[in-house]
Design a protein around this ligand. Sequence first.
Ligand SMILES: [Fe+2]
Ligand SMILES: [Fe+2]
Length: 241
Amino acid sequence: MSGALAAAWRRGTIPVGEAGAPERPARPLRPLLRPPREMPKRRAFGSPSGRVALLHALAHIELNAIDLGWDIVARFSASGLPRAFFDDWVAVAAEEAVHFGLLADRLAQFGAAYGDLPAHDGLWEAALATAGDLLSRLAVVPLVLEARGLDVTPDMILRLERVGDGESAALLRRIYRDEIGHVATGARWFARLCRERGLAPEAAFRDRVRAAFAGHLKPPFNAAAREAAGLPSAWYAGLAG
Ligand SMILES: [Fe+2]
Ligand SMILES: [Fe+2]
């Protein structure tokens, strides 16, 4: 669905109009959504069930990421943004759908499927908290949440390799590479919109995160990957818990 819509967009058959975005995206009956504190603790990766839990949690993040990609496209369609803005986020949404598909395939190889385990609704709460302001959305979704993915993924890759699951490790490495691009897309548009509005990106980033993101940013940061994505440490260092 995401892939087909992205292809139609690339063909130029979809004009930028004034779309409305639903408050919540449609979701399958399963997984059951539970508060984050009720999530089972992630087990060690040594057992297949531990890896299924990891892959399931990541698939859930990617499903949310697909919805977040389309949400930014639809929700801010009437903001007078250039077509390039929509090109970028449609491409992100399409890539998130590829990630979801790869994780679903990997789950199937373990005899599992997305929906088998409960999941939490934390990511959509971030979407709701930033629905009214594009700079807040960019600050919190790509530049806090997706950047957090860059911080934690290399360690997951190492742990998967250590238990001999090179296939899952390779899948995460591919996702990691793409996600640097998503953070880069966020940083580029955040900086550009700040410039157009006469705002200093560094201060604007801190203001938006403080206002719209509950809690502190968790170090240690993957400063090298963040830097590669155009997210300088000066923006986020002061927000660490
Ligand atoms: Fe992704
Ligand atoms: Fe992403």
